[in-house]
Design a protein around this ligand. Structure first.
Ligand code: DC
Length: 219
C-alpha cells in the first residue's frame, strides 16, 4: 500500500533530519519542500529581480526547473545544494514563498512526486494543503532558542560566521513571515500529532513517528 507521511513545522525544528532518517529506515522518498522554494528564490536573486515585486517574480516561473535527487538540489541542471542554505537566501525565500503563483508552481512539483511513490514530505503547508489526505501528519516544533542554537551550530560547522544573535533574529523574521502570510501559512492542523523536539534527539523523534507508522499498520 502506498502511503504519505507529512511533516510541518517552523524553521530549524529538525524536519529535514527526521525526514531523512525516516526515509532511510522505511525505504521511502524524502522530499524537502523548502529546498524547492529556496532554489526558485536563488534563481530570482541571480536574475536580480526585486523579490517584493510579485509580477517580476511570477514572470520567472516558466524559466525554472527544480529537481531533487537524494540529498542534492538542482536548479536548471546546476547543483545548488549548498548555496540555497545561505542567510540571504533563507530570508528571501520566506518573502518569495508568500506569492500564491509561486506556491502553486512548487506544490505541483511536490504532488507529482507524491503521486508516484511512498513519501515523507516536510515543509510548512504539507499537512494542510499539499497532502491533506496523508496517513500520518506531524507538527514538529521546538522553542525558538533551541532552534536558533541548532542552526547556529550547524552554520559554525560549515564555516559560516553568523553570531547566535543574528541567527535568532533571522529565525524570528522567518517565523513571522511563515505564520502570518495570507496564502497557506504554517498551521498545526487538527489531525496532526504535535511533537516538541526541544528536549529530544533526532532519533527520539524518529522513534515516536515510527511507532505511529507501525501502530497504523502502514508497513
Ligand atoms: O524548510 P526551509 O527553512 O528550508 O524553508 C525555506 C522557506 O520556504 C521558509 O521560509 C518557508 C518556505 N516554505 C514554505 O512556505 N512552504 C513549504 N512547504 C516549505 C518551505
Amino acid at each position: 500500500m502506498s502511503f504519505q507521511i507529512a511533516i510541518d513545522g517552523p524553521s530549524a525544528s529538525g524536519k529535514t533530519e527526521v525526514a531523512k532518517k525516516l526515509s532511510e529506515i522505511l525505504n521511502i522518498t524524502a522530499i524537502d519542500t523548502g529546498a524547492i522554494y529556496r532554489a526558485f528564490t536563488l534563481f530570482c536573486l541571480k536574475e536580480n529581480v526585486d523579490i517584493n515585486d510579485n509580477d517580476s517574480v511570477i514572470a520567472l516561473i516558466p524559466k525554472v526547473e527544480v529537481n531533487l535527487s537524494k540529498d542534492k538540489v538542482y536548479l536548471n541542471g546546476e547543483d545548488v545544494s549548498l548555496c540555497i542554505r545561505s542567510n540571504e537566501v533563507s530570508i528571501a525565500t520566506s518573502i518569495v514563498a508568500k506569492i500564491c503563483e509561486v506556491r502553486e508552481f512548487v506544490s505541483s512539483i511536490q504532488r507529482k512526486i507524491a503521486n508516484s511513490t511512498n513519501v515523507v514530505m516536510q515543509g510548512r503547508d504539507i499537512t494542510s494543503v499539499v497532502l491533506p489526505n496523508a496517513q500520518i501528519k506531524i507538527f514538529l516544533t521546538a522553542s525558538i532558542e533551541v532552534r536558533a542554537k541548532r542552526r547556529f551550530l550547524e552554520m559554525q560547522a560549515k564555516g559560516q560566521n553568523d553570531t547566535y544573535e543574528e541567527v535568532l533574529e533571522n529565525l524570528k523574521i522567518r517565523d513571522k513571515n511563515d505564520i502570518t502570510r495570507d496564502v497557506s501559512p504554517l498551521v498545526k492542523t487538527e489531525d496532526s500529532v504535535e511533537i516538541d523536539s526541544s528536549d529530544l534527539t533526532v532519533d527520539q523523534v524518529v522513534k515516536i513517528i515510527l511507532d505511529i507508522v507501525y501502530e497504523k499498520g502502514l508497513v
